[in-house]
Design a binder for this molecule. Structure first.
Ligand SMILES: Cc1cc2nc3c(=O)[nH]c(=O)nc-3n(C[C@H](O)[C@H](O)[C@H](O)COP(=O)(O)OP(=O)(O)OC[C@H]3O[C@@H](n4cnc5c(N)ncnc54)[C@H](O)[C@@H]3O)c2cc1C
Ligand code: SF4
Length: 606
């Protein structure tokens, strides 16, 4: 199939130029992509977004960078929070934060604060825990390494998102037999700002596994169910429908139905989603209830303090007890000649420290703080996935409709799940791969492509350690069985694409042809079982500080304290003792709220 001339969706002149551009640069994919992307022009940019290329000084995208990067929420008069914030209240709350409620990058004298609790990290776990503590009447300081950005200032391009929202420009990798990219955000709201807003309850089978680790009483089905009921109400979770889904997701649902397989429109915390397909860049419509739009402002309106651009360097531990954190403000985008490092800060916490710096951040932070537990940094897990692209005879425009609209849990017992996932063209080019004329031809088909992904509930375990140069070092490699499961998932997706009417699929597996037709699928079943041959991506991460009853295998004991340190807790993906087989934010939020609720109610903590 490779090399067959597709029917072009572009005018003939533009098509010729594309082929010529790509043919002139067979050596490297990136420069040819840059040229091709320019050539594709505004018609192929979602919602008329400006070009993805690095902004010239003074252009619109550059203004993003200079303007509100440090946040602008500290000017108005205070207004007390009034219970659960929702809808318009949430937006109002964001604008009425007291002057001292948000401190961002600054230089000069150290900042010192005294509070009841300090929480490190404002993502799914940290913000959920901080709001719970604030609701119980405690004073809370929420420290976040990244900047505070409002939806109207989210970057319009993937390049801007990498620069302004993604952690370390998206350059973190899991190192194993192959390098697997790890996607996370670093901004107020953490990865909830760039995630797809999928909300799935913790499977009972997972809670049963946790019960075997001594966690059954705290995280019982009843307790988790009640918490997740409440979360769904607060976050406005609804099932996607109609124009939110569009052809890209509808086609997957049709194909699943035709084979009598379970398939459903996804439930998301994005009730007013207009289907712009731009979740990875943050929702500029403000439709996604990421934590920077609900719980972080709530912490501030309830008398707490949010520190943004505030990188916590260590947890302060005195006589076996966590008493606060210290760190330094870090400018996320310093001007030329400006220093990145700002003032030091010290937050003293009378009642406790909660760490929620993510599965790549929490264990390294505890390591830097001097903890030496045998399980620290171990038990690092993931749900890595890869995509199968289908090319259809008609236009699909995967960028139209919600980023992820359809899913299937039909293969949970085989430890993989299937989902539709729209990728912006800027990232699609990396998945399509190739060089020269073939590459240009493949890219031309972008409007006719649908991308569906298989994510594996992997059994592999790795480690995360503090890196000497800053970013953490993650060592992790999917096992042979994980790779077999991915291959099986990709095979299922290819067949579903053909059921939905695709002409061909682009498997993206090293050792296989670039394109496969409906009669060539046996090649997929015998694809290499070598994890280096697949284009894995890791976005669902777990572990490093896992909970459990075995002191040699867990960092957090059943009483929810870090072993050997009183008043120190971990409340994010790092503490989850297993993978889930489903999207993790709902579980992380529920766990964080249950732990925070228990801490707040603990007696004798003063
Ligand atoms: C592209 C993508 C799509 C996803 N889609 C979904 C989805 O649809 N549904 C779902 O359930 N899950 C999804 N996920 C996963 C989900 O978003 C994460 O599992 C979840 O946000 C993790 O929560 P967390 O609190 O552990 O970490 P995060 O949300 O990553 O928050 C950690 C925060 O801590 C901060 N931090 C780190 N170190 C420090 C430090 N030293 N000092 C101060 N702050 C620090 C970071 O900057 C970050 O803001 C997605 C993930 C990605 C990458
Ligand atoms: S797809 Fe929906 S939730 Fe995602 S960015 Fe667009 S409008 Fe927001």
């Amino acid at each position: 199939m490779r090399g067959a001339a597709p029917d072009s969706v572009l005018p003939p002149r533009q098509r010729c130029r594309l082929s010529a551009l790509a043919a002139g640069d067979r050596g490297s994919a990136l420069p040819s992509f840059v040229a091709v992307r320019r050539e594709l022009g505004p018609a192929h940019r979602p919602h008329g977004a400006p070009p993805f290329l690095p902004p010239a000084p003074g252009d619109a995208d550059d203004q993003d960078r200079r303007g509100p990067v440090l946040g602008s929420r500290s000017r108005r008069a205070p207004r007390p929070g009034d219970g659960t914030l929702s809808g318009r209240d949430r937006r109002v709350a964001a604008d009425v934060i007291a002057p001292r409620a948000h401190l961002s990058f600054q230089t000069g004298a150290p900042v010192e604060l005294d509070v009841d609790y300090v929480v490190v990290g404002s993502g799914a776990g940290g913000a959920a825990a901080a709001a719970t503590l604030a609701r119980s009447g405690r004073t809370v300081c929420l420290c976040e390494r990244g900047p505070w950005r409002d939806p109207e200032h989210y970057p319009a391009t993937v390049y801007g998102a990498m620069r302004d929202l993604w952690a370390d420009w998206g350059t973190l990798f899991a190192r194993g037999r192959s390098m697997i990219p790890i996607l996370q955000a670093s901004c107020v709201g953490g990865t909830t700002v760039i995630n797809s807003a999928i909300v799935v309850r913790t499977p009972p089978t997972v809670l049963a596994e946790w019960a075997e680790l001594g966690l059954g009483e705290v995280f019982s089905e009843t307790a988790m169910g009640a918490e997740q009921d409440e979360l769904e109400r607060e976050l406005g979770v609804t099932q996607m429908k109609g124009r939110q889904l569009m052809e890209h997701s509808e086609a997957l649902l049709r194909a699943l139905r035709s084979r009598d397989l379970e398939g459903h429109a996804i439930h998301r915390n994005a009730r007013d989603c207009i289907g712009s397909g731009q979740c990875l860049q943050g929702c500029r419509e403000g439709a996604k209830t990421s934590t920077n739009l609900c719980w972080v402002p709530e912490v501030a309106t309830r008398g707490g303090t949010v520190l943004s651009c505030a990188s916590v360097a260590r947890v302060l531990i005195e006589r076996g007890r966590a008493v606060g954190v210290s760190g330094r403000f870090v400018h996320p985008a310093p001007a030329r000649g400006q220093r990145r490092g700002g003032s030091r800060f010290v937050v003293r916490a009378r009642r406790g420290v909660l760490v929620a710096a993510s599965a790549t951040g929490s264990a390294p932070l505890l390591e830097r703080s001097g903890l030496r537990l045998p399980a620290l940094g171990r038990g690092w897990r993931g749900q890595p996935g890869a995509a199968m692209l289908g090319v259809y005879p008609h236009e699909v425009h995967m960028e139209r409709g919600t980023t992820q609209g359809a899913a299937s849990l039909a293969f949970s017992s085989e430890r993989f799940k299937l989902e539709s996932l729209a990728l912006p063209l800027e990232l699609l080019v990396a998945r399509v791969g190739g060089a020269g004329v073939d590459y240009a031809r493949a890219l031309e088909q972008a409007p006719r492509m649908a991308m569906w992904v298989a994510a594996v509930r992997a059994e592999a375990q790795g480690t995360v350690r503090a890196g000497r140069l800053g970013p953490p070092v993650v060592r992790y490699a999917p096992t042979r069985r994980d790779t077999e499961r991915l291959r099986q998932g990709l095979g299922r997706l290819a067949r579903l694409h053909f059921d939905a009417g695709a002409e061909k699929v682009l498997p993206g597996i090293h050792g296989l042809p670039g394109e496969l037709g409906p009669d060539e699928l046996t090649a997929l079943d015998s694809a290499p079982v070598d994890n280096r041959c697949y284009t894995w991506v890791l976005s669902h991460l777990f572990g490093g500080c896992v909970m459990g009853n075995d002191p040699t295998r867990s960092v957090v004991a059943e009483d929810l304290h870090v072993r050997g340190v009183r008043r120190l807790h971990v409340v994010d993906a790092a503490c989850l003792p297993t993978t889930l087989g489903v999207n993790p934010q709902h579980t992380i939020m529920a766990v964080a709220r249950i732990v925070a609720g228990r801490i707040a109610n603990e007696e004798g903590t003063t």
